[in-house]
Ligand binder design. Structure first.
Ligand code: DGY
Length: 309
Protein backbone atom coordinates (compact mmCIF):
# COMPACT_ATOMS: atom_id res chain seq x y z
CA UNK A 1 0.00 0.00 0.00
CA UNK A 2 2.84 2.35 0.89
CA UNK A 3 4.60 1.76 -2.42
CA UNK A 4 1.48 2.35 -4.47
CA UNK A 5 -0.47 5.02 -2.61
CA UNK A 6 -0.10 7.91 -0.24
CA UNK A 7 -1.39 5.58 2.45
CA UNK A 8 -2.00 6.08 6.12
CA UNK A 9 -1.70 2.59 7.53
CA UNK A 10 -3.16 1.13 10.68
CA UNK A 11 -0.01 -0.72 11.59
CA UNK A 12 -0.92 -1.39 15.22
CA UNK A 13 -3.76 -3.66 13.97
CA UNK A 14 -6.24 -2.25 16.54
CA UNK A 15 -9.77 -1.19 15.54
CA UNK A 16 -10.03 2.54 14.91
CA UNK A 17 -12.30 4.70 17.11
CA UNK A 18 -15.38 6.31 15.59
CA UNK A 19 -13.67 9.71 15.78
CA UNK A 20 -10.67 8.38 13.87
CA UNK A 21 -12.95 6.84 11.27
CA UNK A 22 -14.86 10.11 10.87
CA UNK A 23 -11.57 11.98 10.40
CA UNK A 24 -10.55 9.46 7.73
CA UNK A 25 -13.93 9.77 5.96
CA UNK A 26 -13.38 13.53 5.70
CA UNK A 27 -9.89 13.36 4.20
CA UNK A 28 -9.23 10.04 2.45
CA UNK A 29 -10.17 9.13 -1.13
CA UNK A 30 -10.35 5.46 -0.17
CA UNK A 31 -11.18 3.83 3.13
CA UNK A 32 -10.02 0.25 3.77
CA UNK A 33 -12.02 -1.00 6.77
CA UNK A 34 -12.06 -4.47 8.30
CA UNK A 35 -15.01 -6.33 9.84
CA UNK A 36 -14.48 -4.58 13.18
CA UNK A 37 -15.07 -1.10 11.68
CA UNK A 38 -18.78 -0.32 11.65
CA UNK A 39 -19.32 1.81 8.57
CA UNK A 40 -22.97 2.65 9.19
CA UNK A 41 -25.19 5.31 7.63
CA UNK A 42 -24.25 7.85 10.32
CA UNK A 43 -20.57 7.46 9.55
CA UNK A 44 -21.14 7.54 5.79
CA UNK A 45 -23.08 10.80 6.22
CA UNK A 46 -19.82 12.29 7.58
CA UNK A 47 -17.88 11.41 4.40
CA UNK A 48 -16.41 14.31 2.48
CA UNK A 49 -16.94 14.59 -1.30
CA UNK A 50 -13.41 13.23 -1.89
CA UNK A 51 -14.30 9.74 -0.52
CA UNK A 52 -14.95 7.61 -3.60
CA UNK A 53 -14.28 4.05 -2.52
CA UNK A 54 -14.68 1.81 0.52
CA UNK A 55 -12.40 -1.14 -0.30
CA UNK A 56 -13.13 -3.49 2.57
CA UNK A 57 -10.49 -5.94 3.76
CA UNK A 58 -13.15 -8.61 4.26
CA UNK A 59 -15.39 -11.09 2.55
CA UNK A 60 -18.50 -10.17 4.54
CA UNK A 61 -19.90 -6.65 4.13
CA UNK A 62 -22.48 -6.68 6.93
CA UNK A 63 -20.38 -4.04 8.73
CA UNK A 64 -20.97 -1.56 5.89
CA UNK A 65 -24.24 0.16 5.00
CA UNK A 66 -23.86 -0.45 1.28
CA UNK A 67 -27.17 1.31 0.50
CA UNK A 68 -26.09 4.48 2.29
CA UNK A 69 -22.73 4.38 0.49
CA UNK A 70 -24.41 3.96 -2.91
CA UNK A 71 -26.74 6.90 -2.22
CA UNK A 72 -23.68 9.03 -1.59
CA UNK A 73 -22.00 7.79 -4.77
CA UNK A 74 -19.37 5.77 -2.88
CA UNK A 75 -18.39 2.42 -4.39
CA UNK A 76 -17.91 -0.54 -2.04
CA UNK A 77 -15.69 -3.57 -2.73
CA UNK A 78 -14.79 -6.68 -0.74
CA UNK A 79 -12.38 -9.64 -0.96
CA UNK A 80 -14.41 -12.74 -1.87
CA UNK A 81 -13.11 -16.19 -2.93
CA UNK A 82 -9.77 -16.05 -1.14
CA UNK A 83 -11.21 -17.00 2.28
CA UNK A 84 -13.41 -19.81 1.03
CA UNK A 85 -11.14 -22.81 1.55
CA UNK A 86 -9.71 -21.56 4.88
CA UNK A 87 -13.18 -20.95 6.31
CA UNK A 88 -14.38 -24.34 5.07
CA UNK A 89 -11.35 -25.97 6.75
CA UNK A 90 -12.27 -24.28 10.02
CA UNK A 91 -15.86 -25.47 9.71
CA UNK A 92 -14.69 -29.08 9.46
CA UNK A 93 -12.21 -28.48 12.27
CA UNK A 94 -15.10 -27.37 14.50
CA UNK A 95 -17.27 -30.34 13.51
CA UNK A 96 -14.40 -32.67 14.40
CA UNK A 97 -13.57 -30.75 17.57
CA UNK A 98 -17.14 -30.90 18.90
CA UNK A 99 -18.00 -34.46 17.93
CA UNK A 100 -14.61 -35.93 18.86
CA UNK A 101 -14.03 -33.72 21.95
CA UNK A 102 -10.68 -32.36 20.78
CA UNK A 103 -10.49 -29.26 22.99
CA UNK A 104 -11.62 -31.23 26.03
CA UNK A 105 -9.08 -33.99 25.40
CA UNK A 106 -6.26 -31.51 24.94
CA UNK A 107 -7.25 -29.68 28.14
CA UNK A 108 -7.03 -32.92 30.13
CA UNK A 109 -3.37 -33.25 29.26
CA UNK A 110 -2.48 -29.58 29.66
CA UNK A 111 -4.67 -28.50 32.61
CA UNK A 112 -5.24 -31.74 34.58
CA UNK A 113 -2.58 -34.22 33.43
CA UNK A 114 -3.11 -36.45 36.49
CA UNK A 115 -6.67 -37.19 35.33
CA UNK A 116 -5.44 -39.47 32.55
CA UNK A 117 -4.85 -42.97 33.81
CA UNK A 118 -4.39 -44.44 30.35
CA UNK A 119 -6.65 -45.80 27.63
CA UNK A 120 -9.90 -47.43 28.60
CA UNK A 121 -12.87 -48.54 26.48
CA UNK A 122 -15.22 -45.80 27.62
CA UNK A 123 -12.66 -42.99 27.91
CA UNK A 124 -13.54 -39.74 26.09
CA UNK A 125 -16.18 -41.16 23.81
CA UNK A 126 -17.39 -38.75 21.17
CA UNK A 127 -19.81 -39.05 18.30
CA UNK A 128 -18.83 -40.64 14.97
CA UNK A 129 -18.74 -38.29 11.99
CA UNK A 130 -18.91 -40.87 9.18
CA UNK A 131 -22.42 -41.76 8.08
CA UNK A 132 -24.08 -38.75 9.68
CA UNK A 133 -26.08 -36.05 7.88
CA UNK A 134 -24.89 -32.47 7.57
CA UNK A 135 -27.35 -29.68 6.79
CA UNK A 136 -25.60 -26.73 5.19
CA UNK A 137 -27.44 -23.43 5.49
CA UNK A 138 -26.26 -21.37 2.51
CA UNK A 139 -24.70 -23.22 -0.41
CA UNK A 140 -22.58 -20.43 -1.85
CA UNK A 141 -18.82 -20.67 -2.25
CA UNK A 142 -18.07 -21.49 1.39
CA UNK A 143 -21.06 -23.82 1.79
CA UNK A 144 -20.00 -25.77 -1.32
CA UNK A 145 -16.41 -25.99 -0.06
CA UNK A 146 -17.75 -27.33 3.26
CA UNK A 147 -19.86 -29.86 1.33
CA UNK A 148 -16.85 -31.16 -0.63
CA UNK A 149 -14.90 -31.70 2.60
CA UNK A 150 -17.88 -33.14 4.44
CA UNK A 151 -18.43 -35.66 1.65
CA UNK A 152 -14.83 -36.82 2.00
CA UNK A 153 -15.53 -37.42 5.70
CA UNK A 154 -18.45 -39.68 4.81
CA UNK A 155 -21.22 -37.24 5.68
CA UNK A 156 -24.45 -37.18 3.67
CA UNK A 157 -24.89 -33.67 2.29
CA UNK A 158 -28.18 -31.82 2.76
CA UNK A 159 -28.49 -28.13 2.06
CA UNK A 160 -30.87 -25.21 2.15
CA UNK A 161 -30.34 -22.28 -0.16
CA UNK A 162 -32.43 -19.68 -1.92
CA UNK A 163 -32.19 -21.91 -4.98
CA UNK A 164 -30.67 -25.32 -5.71
CA UNK A 165 -27.10 -25.55 -7.00
CA UNK A 166 -26.57 -26.82 -10.55
CA UNK A 167 -27.57 -30.44 -11.22
CA UNK A 168 -23.87 -31.21 -11.95
CA UNK A 169 -22.79 -29.89 -8.52
CA UNK A 170 -25.67 -31.67 -6.80
CA UNK A 171 -24.61 -34.90 -8.48
CA UNK A 172 -20.91 -34.41 -7.65
CA UNK A 173 -21.74 -33.77 -3.98
CA UNK A 174 -24.60 -36.27 -3.87
CA UNK A 175 -26.40 -33.42 -2.18
CA UNK A 176 -30.08 -33.20 -1.25
CA UNK A 177 -31.74 -29.80 -1.59
CA UNK A 178 -34.31 -28.69 0.99
CA UNK A 179 -36.51 -25.81 0.00
CA UNK A 180 -37.85 -25.87 3.55
CA UNK A 181 -35.19 -25.00 6.13
CA UNK A 182 -37.51 -26.29 8.88
CA UNK A 183 -37.74 -29.72 7.32
CA UNK A 184 -33.99 -29.96 6.82
CA UNK A 185 -33.20 -28.91 10.39
CA UNK A 186 -35.42 -31.66 11.76
CA UNK A 187 -33.53 -34.33 9.82
CA UNK A 188 -29.81 -33.61 10.15
CA UNK A 189 -27.16 -34.36 12.76
CA UNK A 190 -24.89 -31.39 12.06
CA UNK A 191 -26.02 -27.90 11.05
CA UNK A 192 -23.40 -25.70 9.43
CA UNK A 193 -24.15 -22.00 8.99
CA UNK A 194 -22.55 -20.71 5.79
CA UNK A 195 -24.80 -17.90 4.59
CA UNK A 196 -24.02 -14.17 4.80
CA UNK A 197 -25.47 -11.94 7.50
CA UNK A 198 -28.18 -9.77 5.95
CA UNK A 199 -31.46 -8.39 7.30
CA UNK A 200 -33.10 -11.50 5.79
CA UNK A 201 -30.80 -13.94 7.64
CA UNK A 202 -30.93 -12.19 11.03
CA UNK A 203 -31.94 -14.94 13.53
CA UNK A 204 -32.64 -17.27 10.61
CA UNK A 205 -32.10 -19.96 13.20
CA UNK A 206 -34.78 -18.56 15.47
CA UNK A 207 -35.88 -20.13 18.76
CA UNK A 208 -38.73 -21.86 16.90
CA UNK A 209 -36.41 -23.32 14.25
CA UNK A 210 -33.73 -24.33 16.76
CA UNK A 211 -36.39 -26.30 18.63
CA UNK A 212 -36.78 -28.48 15.50
CA UNK A 213 -33.25 -29.88 15.87
CA UNK A 214 -32.74 -33.45 17.01
CA UNK A 215 -31.37 -33.96 20.55
CA UNK A 216 -28.08 -35.47 19.33
CA UNK A 217 -27.40 -32.73 16.79
CA UNK A 218 -24.73 -30.02 16.83
CA UNK A 219 -24.52 -26.53 15.33
CA UNK A 220 -21.39 -25.07 13.76
CA UNK A 221 -21.19 -21.40 12.87
CA UNK A 222 -18.27 -19.89 10.96
CA UNK A 223 -20.41 -17.20 9.26
CA UNK A 224 -21.84 -14.49 11.54
CA UNK A 225 -23.20 -14.65 15.08
CA UNK A 226 -26.47 -12.85 14.41
CA UNK A 227 -27.72 -15.58 12.06
CA UNK A 228 -28.52 -17.67 15.15
CA UNK A 229 -30.69 -16.62 18.09
CA UNK A 230 -27.79 -17.11 20.49
CA UNK A 231 -29.88 -16.89 23.67
CA UNK A 232 -32.22 -19.62 22.41
CA UNK A 233 -29.27 -21.80 21.35
CA UNK A 234 -27.65 -21.44 24.78
CA UNK A 235 -30.91 -22.52 26.44
CA UNK A 236 -31.18 -25.63 24.22
CA UNK A 237 -27.57 -26.53 25.02
CA UNK A 238 -28.14 -26.07 28.75
CA UNK A 239 -31.30 -28.17 28.61
CA UNK A 240 -29.48 -30.91 26.68
CA UNK A 241 -31.89 -30.52 23.76
CA UNK A 242 -28.96 -30.29 21.35
CA UNK A 243 -25.67 -32.05 21.89
CA UNK A 244 -23.12 -29.32 21.19
CA UNK A 245 -21.94 -26.34 19.22
CA UNK A 246 -18.74 -25.18 17.52
CA UNK A 247 -18.67 -21.41 17.17
CA UNK A 248 -16.21 -19.00 15.60
CA UNK A 249 -18.56 -15.99 15.59
CA UNK A 250 -20.87 -14.36 18.15
CA UNK A 251 -23.82 -12.04 18.24
CA UNK A 252 -22.01 -9.31 20.21
CA UNK A 253 -18.46 -9.96 19.14
CA UNK A 254 -15.87 -9.58 20.66
CA UNK A 255 -18.03 -10.08 23.79
CA UNK A 256 -18.92 -13.74 24.27
CA UNK A 257 -21.98 -14.82 26.26
CA UNK A 258 -20.60 -16.12 29.62
CA UNK A 259 -23.09 -19.01 29.48
CA UNK A 260 -21.42 -20.18 26.28
CA UNK A 261 -18.03 -19.96 27.96
CA UNK A 262 -19.36 -22.09 30.83
CA UNK A 263 -20.70 -24.67 28.36
CA UNK A 264 -17.29 -24.71 26.65
CA UNK A 265 -15.60 -25.40 30.01
CA UNK A 266 -18.01 -28.29 30.50
CA UNK A 267 -16.97 -29.65 27.10
CA UNK A 268 -20.14 -29.52 25.00
CA UNK A 269 -19.16 -26.40 23.13
CA UNK A 270 -15.98 -25.36 21.33
CA UNK A 271 -15.41 -21.62 21.01
CA UNK A 272 -12.93 -19.87 18.72
CA UNK A 273 -12.25 -16.12 18.47
CA UNK A 274 -13.35 -15.40 14.85
CA UNK A 275 -10.32 -17.02 13.24
CA UNK A 276 -12.02 -18.95 10.42
CA UNK A 277 -10.15 -17.08 7.71
CA UNK A 278 -7.00 -16.41 9.72
CA UNK A 279 -4.19 -17.83 7.58
CA UNK A 280 -1.12 -15.92 6.44
CA UNK A 281 -1.82 -16.86 2.84
CA UNK A 282 -5.44 -15.73 3.10
CA UNK A 283 -4.55 -12.35 4.54
CA UNK A 284 -1.95 -11.75 1.79
CA UNK A 285 -4.55 -12.69 -0.84
CA UNK A 286 -7.05 -10.30 0.78
CA UNK A 287 -4.49 -7.49 0.64
CA UNK A 288 -3.85 -8.20 -3.04
CA UNK A 289 -7.59 -8.02 -3.74
CA UNK A 290 -7.93 -4.71 -1.92
CA UNK A 291 -5.10 -3.25 -4.02
CA UNK A 292 -6.52 -4.59 -7.29
CA UNK A 293 -9.93 -3.11 -6.44
CA UNK A 294 -8.43 0.30 -5.66
CA UNK A 295 -6.22 0.38 -8.75
CA UNK A 296 -8.97 -0.78 -11.07
CA UNK A 297 -11.33 1.83 -9.70
CA UNK A 298 -8.86 4.69 -10.16
CA UNK A 299 -7.89 3.40 -13.62
CA UNK A 300 -11.50 4.17 -14.49
CA UNK A 301 -12.83 0.60 -14.62
CA UNK A 302 -15.39 -1.31 -12.62
CA UNK A 303 -13.52 -2.94 -9.73
CA UNK A 304 -13.73 -6.75 -9.86
CA UNK A 305 -15.25 -7.14 -6.40
CA UNK A 306 -17.83 -4.38 -6.39
CA UNK A 307 -20.61 -4.97 -3.85
CA UNK A 308 -24.00 -3.87 -5.10
CA UNK A 309 -26.66 -2.54 -2.72
C1 DGY B 1 -14.67 -11.79 6.56
O1 DGY B 1 -13.77 -11.25 5.92
O2 DGY B 1 -15.85 -11.58 6.33
C2 DGY B 1 -14.30 -12.74 7.63
O3 DGY B 1 -15.34 -13.01 8.48
C3 DGY B 1 -13.11 -12.28 8.41
O4 DGY B 1 -12.58 -13.44 8.90
Amino acid sequence: MRELFDAELNIDDCPRSREELIAAMKTADVLVPTVTDRIDAGLIAEAGPQLKLIASFSNGTDHIDVDAAAKKGITVTNTPNVLTEDTADMTLALILAVNRRLAEGSRILTDKPGDWEGWSPTWMLGRRIWGKRIGIVGMGRIGSAVARRAKAFGLAIHYHNRKPVSPATEEELEATYWDSLDQMLARVDIVSINCPSTPATFHLLSARRLALLQPGSIIVNTARGDIIDEVAMVQLLRDGKIAGAGLDVYQNEPAVNPKLVKLAREGRVVLLPHMGSATIEGRIDMGDKVIINIRTYFDGHRPPNRVLP
